[in-house]
Design a protein around this ligand. Sequence first.
Ligand code: THU
Length: 161
Amino acid sequence: MAQEIKKEVSLQIFKESELTPEIKQLLEKARYAAKNARAPYSDFQVGAALLLSDGSIVLGNNQENAAYPAGLCAERVAFFAAKANNPTASILKAVVVALKMKSSPNSIPAPCGNCRQVMSEYEHAQPENIELYLAGGEGDILMSKSIGNLLPFEFSSDQLV
Ligand code: THU
């Protein structure tokens, strides 16, 4: 009989009114970034706002290209910009907003696998966990205290030869 391995993940759901002023500010900035997204092909505008350990805020949004795979998601645009411009600061909080979602206005966006991998590696490379908030155009906000909750059994540099 095969042995079963289970790993628990923990996520929290907030109403916008329950968010701290700091997260509300990041949410507003992520919404602003989403409005400036370059998404002419999918019309799926995503924005991200990161709070770094030195207090600075870095924004990102999805950047699409006619050669589709050449484009990049909002999360990676923001994370790469943070690490390119401020390599020694930790990323403490990340708020991601998708302005409109097809399934329902209350849907919550889920980062793609590549973004989970990138965010996970940056989390492992710093002492602090990254608190991640995911918001749709309206409605509830999903929060994870660590990227690990979004990517259990992740690939990491520990496995490289
Ligand atoms: N996208 C993001 O920017 N973040 C996500 O979490 C999911 C998807 C972008 C990529 C592409 O520009 C568009 O949304 C549709 O997939």
